[in-house]
Design a protein around this ligand. Structure first.
Ligand code: FE2
Length: 211
């Protein structure tokens, strides 16, 4: 039996996402971007709902830091969903991508915020771990989808959105899972972290899995 550690929880969650989303590939890049843009514009509500469940100040700090980064780290012109919108607007299909999303996805998101706000602390932190686990794979999918809606590869790579996220990704790898160490040191129940993480991956799969 494999010992439960935070790293193998992350790996398991990541490979589930890969099997259900990455390996299948994206059929409709515009649909994928429409849903991801919506999620991007709402994602800090998930951080906020999780934060509301956390009583440990070091973990509150971690969640607030993630949310602050998404909100532009003090520069409201750099709000990540705004940067993504700027990039998407270079596509001839931007009208379709920016248009309102199917009710199903809006409801799914609202239900998820509610569920998260009622989770135990350990599950809530697990949900955020799960949300972050496939970050690199999602960036790759996004890059491909943006090229597929006829944005030049140079425009994608040189965009503020990708410059910022590539830097964040490197930082993540270099910091050697500092966040995970804090989580480990806080004595969380790993099976509950795993449970919360599964809920996040299931949410992501429902959100973008069949795009
Ligand atoms: Fe972001």
């Amino acid at each position: 039996m494999m010992l439960l550690s935070i790293e193998n929880i992350e790996d398991t969650l990541r490979s589930k996402f890969c099997k259900q989303v990455v390996d299948k590939g994206i059929n409709d890049a515009a649909k994928f971007l429409q849903r991801w843009l919506y999620l991007s514009s709402q994602v800090t509500r998930l951080h906020g709902a999780a934060l509301a469940r956390i009583s440990i100040p070091d973990i509150q700090y971690l969640l607030a830091e993630i949310a602050y980064g998404e909100c532009g780290s003090g520069n409201k012109d750099k709000i990540h969903s705004k940067l993504l919108t700027n990039l998407i607007n270079k596509s001839p299909f931007s009208c379709f991508i920016n248009q309102g999303l199917d009710r199903y996805f809006i409801q799914l998101f609202e239900e998820t915020v509610l569920e998260l706000s009622q989770m135990s602390q350990d599950e809530a932190i697990g949900f955020i771990v799960g949300l972050e686990a496939p970050a690199y794979q999602i960036l790759q999918l996004l890059r491909q989808a943006l090229v597929d809606v006829d944005i030049s590869e140079i425009d994608v790579i040189m965009s503020d959105y990708f410059v910022i996220h590539d830097a964040v990704e490197k930082e993540h790898q270099e910091s050697g899972h500092q966040a995970m160490e804090i989580i480990m040191d806080s004595g969380f129940d790993l099976s509950k972290i795993r449970k919360g993480g599964d809920q996040a991956i299931n949410f992501l799969i429902k959100m973008v899995g069949d795009a």
